[in-house]
Ligand binder design. Structure first.
Ligand code: C2E
Ligand code: MG
Ligand code: MG
Length: 687
């Protein structure tokens, strides 16, 4: 009959002492059972049961039972499903039509049937029966009083005049039910009674007005026989269909369509609701566990999106299976999941561990066995944040930390380095940047100081980040180097720049292109072959390619670097030492190593006009390099004075903002168009 029974499980935590809940349940059960006994005894002895209309009563009772065991499904705005039984109007109609005993009996059969169907514990079933019976008895009392009929009286014919008393009786019935059930909820959540009632009234007031009206109609038409009552089936069925459709829509708006889990919006709702609970138990959360699948992108890329989707679905199912009953599981999009846990930090960590171990067994899809791992970040209120936003941010930081430390689970700590987290976030973005075509190359001219002709360009990578805008190479190259992402990145740069050189060559411009290598490439024995293949693919002669490496890169593993560099040089590619002077290399290795070019670092070059020491260093370095038959590039030329100084120091190539900014290929095209003669700037001769 009622909008809410004691079905247990769902909803908020149970922080009240169990003894108090037991005492409450026991006293309601005792009161209920005593009242039931009294009502039955009194009704039997007053012989009112013989006067009731049999078929009408059977119909109303059957409708009440059907309405209880086959309730309407409703979805609340927090995404939780609630069921609304439609037995109330029929039980209410029974109150005047069949008398209090029959109404109570019908209600008892209905609620017991429902309890059996849902295998509710005896304790809960007892409480339900008791509080329902008390509600019906209250309804009869109100009706008897207002309509002026005896409490234990038999059947009365209900006319339009009795509708108001009946309505009041209905309100009493639902009201008593609400208050009694809210009592349990109050004890088990720690919320005030007012809060609990307010939440329910908001949801169910309107539906109950409709139900009570149906009850009124049922009672009035009951006096005209069962035929008219049958007509009532139509609006009840319509209500079923209508609420089902509404529930479906509400479900779509609050759930993720792929996994069926609640969505991000619901996560904030859930957190806010849990945070509103009184601070009587400050260490009890809510806790937020964020989960992110490791290398999910690889699954998607190699096995296709349908498999990726199926992985997400199966992961969702497993998370729901192991999450505690009171927790809510959400998918935030992509491969990120979140679980709201009710309990202290220890509980949130335990749940996080359970969630991760739920993924230990391989996921089976189309005969494939896939091992999907995840990392988890934990943040718990109020220590790690007192609002949803902060909890989310800190759980996210903890999650990144878990990934960084390869810890699998990490609980937020204020010491976590936000910078590290930021960098990791950037790294995650960099993974997608390559595919998403956010990376591109710019080219900085290299100019022969003596002639002013362009003899080469250096390819420099740029990242146009969708949210951050332009990210500097210095910011993300180290990330790529540490993560291994540098390999696909360099493959991209090589390919792109050789394609560009091939284009320039077709236009009749023959100059070198310099590509930067990282330390890790120097221990990659496959690099020479990779370079050879790329050159062949674009039909660019090896002599057009310069590979730049730093002293430090070579010194990190000189023996291996030597092997790789030799193999590259055998191809005909030239090797340049980049940022020369900033590392700790001794002069002897300049001679021993097979290199072709020295790029003097800008920290020495840009100041030679003003700093005599720098001038001496640059001058002697140039002399030394030229004596060793190396090409010399002076980096970081920022003004004309520097060019003038360099002019007197020998046959040097210059690179710097003063001679040309790093620009897109099209601007190099424009520059070339104004050059006196492309042939003069050829690469066959060293400047
Ligand atoms: P680098 O190889 O020494 O490149 C020269 C850097 O100096 C470039 O910075 C360039 O824009 C900047 N520069 C050029 N002329 C001047 C000047 O007159 N004054 C000043 N102050 N700076 C000048 P960018 O493009 O930010 O690159 C920084 C570093 O990132 C590069 O240093 C290189 O080590 C690395 N890098 C850039 N692109 C790539 C790449 O495709 N692969 C790899 N592995 N590393 C790259
Ligand atoms: Mg360079
Ligand atoms: Mg440099």
């Amino acid at each position: 009959m009622s909008p809410s029974g004691f079905s247990g499980g769902a909803g908020a935590p149970a922080p009240a002492p169990p003894s108090r809940i037991t005492a409450y349940v026991a006293s309601i059960a005792g009161l209920g059972i005593t009242s039931i006994a009294l009502v039955f005894f009194a009704s039997l002895t007053s012989q009112t049961l013989t006067q009731i209309p049999v078929w009408t009563t059977v119909f109303l009772a059957a409708a009440a039972i059907a309405g209880e065991v086959k309730p309407v499904r409703l979805l609340r705005e927090d995404g939780e499903e609630r069921t609304l039984s439609t037995s109330a109007p029929f039980v209410l109609a029974l109150v005047p039509v069949a008398g209090v005993a029959i109404a109570v009996a019908a209600q008892l059969v209905a609620s017991l049937a429902d309890d059996v169907l849902h295998r509710r514990e005896v304790r809960k079933s007892l409480f339900n029966s008791a509080q329902y019976a008390l509600s019906v008895i209250a309804a009869r009392a109100v009706y008897a009083w207002l309509a002026g009929v005896p409490f234990f009286g038999g059947s009365t014919v209900v006319t339009a005049d009795d509708l108001l008393p009946l309505f009041a009786a209905g309100i009493a019935m639902i009201g008593v039910n609400w208050v009694l059930v809210a009592g349990v909820v109050r004890l088990s959540t720690g919320n005030t009674l007012a809060t609990v009632l307010r939440e329910d009234i908001r949801d169910l007031a309107l539906t109950n007005v409709v139900l009570l009206s149906v009850g009124g109609i049922a009672a009035v038409v009951a006096s005209d026989g069962t035929a008219l009552l049958l007509l009532l089936a139509a609006p009840v069925v319509a209500a079923h269909l209508f609420t089902m459709a509404a529930a479906r829509h509400a479900h779509d708006a609050t759930h993720d369509s792929l996994t069926g889990l609640r969505n991000r919006g619901q996560l904030y709702y859930e957190l806010d609701r849990a945070l509103e609970a009184p601070a009587a138990y400050p260490s009890l959360g809510p806790g937020l566990v964020l989960l992110d699948l490791d290398h999910f992108k690889d699954f998607n890329d190699t096995l296709g999106h349908p498999v990726g989707d199926e992985i997400l679905r199966q992961v969702g199912t497993r998370l729901v299976e192991v999450a505690p009953e009171s927790a809510s599981v959400h998918r935030l999009g992509g491969d990120e999941f979140a679980v709201v846990v009710h309990g202290p930090v220890s509980e949130a960590r335990r749940v996080a561990a359970d969630l991760l171990s739920a993924l230990d067994a391989p996921i089976r899809i189309d005969g494939l066995e896939l091992l999907v791992r995840a990392s988890a970040g934990v943040a718990v209120a109020p220590v790690h944040g007192e609002d949803g936003e902060t909890l989310m941010k800190n759980a996210d930081i903890a999650l990144y930390h878990a990934k960084l430390e390869r810890d699998r689970i990490s609980t937020f700590s204020p010491e976590f380095d936000i910078n590290t987290v930021e960098r990791l976030r950037l790294l995650a973005d960099l993974r997608t940047a390559l595919d998403a075509k956010q990376l591109y190359l710019v080219y900085q001219p290299q100019v022969a100081i003596a002639t002013g002709g362009m003899v080469g360009v250096e390819a420099l990578i740029r990242w146009r980040h969708p949210e951050r805008g332009l990210v500097r190479a210095d910011e993300f190259i180290p990330l790529a180097e540490n993560s291994g992402l540098i390999f696909p990145l360099t493959a991209f740069v090589l390919d792109e720049s050789l394609a560009q050189v091939a284009r320039w060559r077709r236009l009749g411009h023959e100059f070198r292109i310099a590509v930067n290598l990282s330390a890790r490439h120097l221990s990659d024995q496959g690099l020479p072959q990779q370079v050879a293949t790329a050159l062949a693919r674009h039909r660019v002669p090896a002599s057009s390619l310069v590979l730049e490496v730093t002293e430090t890169a070579i010194l990190s593993d000189p023996a291996r670097a030597d092997l790789v560099l030799r193999a590259l040089r055998r191809l005909g590619v030239s090797i340049a030492i980049d940022d020369y002077g900033t590392g700790n290399a001794s002069l002897s290795y300049l001679k021993r190593l097979e290199i072709d070019e020295l790029k003097i670092d800008r920290s020495f070059v840009s100041n030679i006009g003003a700093d005599h020491h720098d001038l001496i260093i640059v001058r002697s370095t140039i002399a030394l390099a030229l004596a060793l038959d190396l090409r010399v590039v002076a980096e970081g030329i920022e003004d004309a004075a520097t060019v003038d100084e360099l002019r007197g120091l020998g046959s040097v190539i210059g690179q710097g903002y003063h001679l040309g900014m790093p620009v897109p290929a099209a601007e190099i095209d424009a520059l070339l168009a104004t050059e006196p003669s492309p042939a003069d700037a050829g690469t066959t001769e060293r400047p």
